[in-house]
Design a protein around this ligand. Structure first.
Ligand code: CO
Length: 132
C-alpha cells in the first residue's frame, strides 16, 4: 500500500504554503478548487507522495468545523489503489463502513472514496485511484 497523499486542513492557506515552501523546502505541484468537496487544494511534492493543504471554501462546512480553531489539523490519509471499485467491494465484504459507496472525482481528476473513521480506528482514510 502506497501513501498517495496526506491532507491537512488549514486556516490560513497562503501562510501555510509559505511555511511549507519557503521555510520547509517543499515544492508546490498543483493548486486547484475542488468544488465537489468544497475545498481549495494545494499539492506539495513529498517523494512519490503529496502533502495536500486544504482550505475550506465555506467556513461553516464539515471540513472547517473539523479543523475548528486550530491553525491546521491532519484531515485524512489517502492510499493509492489500482482498482478502487475492487478495493471498495473487498472492504465492504469485510464489514468496513464506507462513506462513499461509489468512487467520486477528487483533486487532480483522481477517483476517490472515503472509508468511515468508525471502521478505521478513528482516522479518516481515502482510497485514491490515479487518473490515466
Ligand atoms: Co484526499
Amino acid at each position: 500500500m502506497t501513501i498517495d497523499h496526506i491532507a491537512i486542513v488549514v486556516k490560513d492557506l497562503e501562510k501555510t504554503i509559505e511555511l511549507y515552501t519557503a521555510t520547509l523546502g517543499f515544492r508546490q505541484v498543483y493548486r486547484e478548487i475542488v468544488a465537489d468537496q468544497g475545498i481549495e487544494a494545494v499539492g506539495l511534492e513529498a517523494g512519490d507522495s503529496i502533502v495536500e493543504l486544504l482550505r475550506p471554501l465555506d467556513e461553516s462546512s464539515p471540513v472547517a468545523r473539523f479543523r475548528g480553531e486550530a491553525e491546521s489539523k491532519l484531515h485524512h490519509t489517502a492510499y493509492r489503489v489500482d482498482d478502487i471499485e475492487a478495493a471498495l467491494a473487498a472492504y465492504r465484504a469485510k464489514g468496513v463502513r464506507l462513506i462513499d459507496e461509489r468512487p467520486r472525482r477528487g483533486a487532480h481528476g483522481n477517483l476517490i472514496a472515503f472509508l468511515h473513521p468508525k471502521s478505521t480506528g478513528g482516522v479518516l482514510i481515502e482510497l485514491c485511484q490515479k487518473s490515466h
